[in-house]
Design a protein around this ligand. Sequence first.
Ligand code: NAD
Length: 264
Amino acid sequence: MDLGLKGKVAIVLAASKGIGRACALELAREGASVVIGSRDQEALTRTAREIEAISQGRVLAVPTDVTRAEDIRNIVATTVRELGRLDIVVNNAGGPKPGTFEMLDEEQWVAAFELNLLSTVRLVREVVPHLRKAGEGRIINIVSTSVKQPIDGLVLSNAVRSGVVGLAKTLSVELAEDNITVNNVCPGRILTDRVRQVYRIEERISAGMSEEEALASVARDIPMKRLGDPAEMGAMVTFLASRQAAYITGTTIQVDGGLVRSLL
Ligand code: NAD
């Protein structure tokens, strides 16, 4: 299937590793030029070179801390200056601090708000004029299954990411006549550094489990009995970015091996 991504330009935030990297890689494989942003210049440049090796379009690495409004303005301006257009944005960020309500203070709430909600608001504000100019656009937010079924011990994700879903649904209506679609993708448990940290995989291994046993223990309540591959997130995001997905907007879809038990 030709996804119609050749010649398109995409920004993927928080893309030096994990899910962001996988999304950038898959978009590049389909012929889009990609601009990746995260904080660590060295890791970002390394990832850009890896993506470039399989890409038909250009790959730019623009150091970006998504909590800084000026960095978001800069990555969008650089993209349009260097590549001449903007069609797709994948709004990703690091995860908020794990913890129960009583473990977290005011500062950590504000940090999660800035990292996972305000960053989206700021990105959308910057990109909409360029997407309108392109005649259509795709805004894809990486959230979490916590927006469908709150996760124990992750109160910041449970609370703040629901704000992204509310924002996205509103935008999907407000931007529909501009042919700009807005959708959310919820990773369940995708094997990245974040999941290794949240589910303490290294501790399980130190306690005597093999790597395979440690991963299987984290996947026990997933109907498919395995963790997801970042490429499986990349595939969903790339489909939502494609021309075939032009009529899909305002949705929140999980990539989770059946983990979420809710009907919708
Ligand atoms: P990861 O830790 O493997 O990668 C996170 C990426 O975000 C890295 O590239 C890092 O450099 C970047 N980053 C962190 N803070 C940043 C900032 N302030 N500015 C710019 N870049 C920043 O994580 P991941 O598993 O790929 O997760 C990506 C997102 O998806 C996170 O928000 C995470 O909470 C969420 N999520 C992941 C899973 C999963 O199964 N992996 C599940 C639910 C939600």
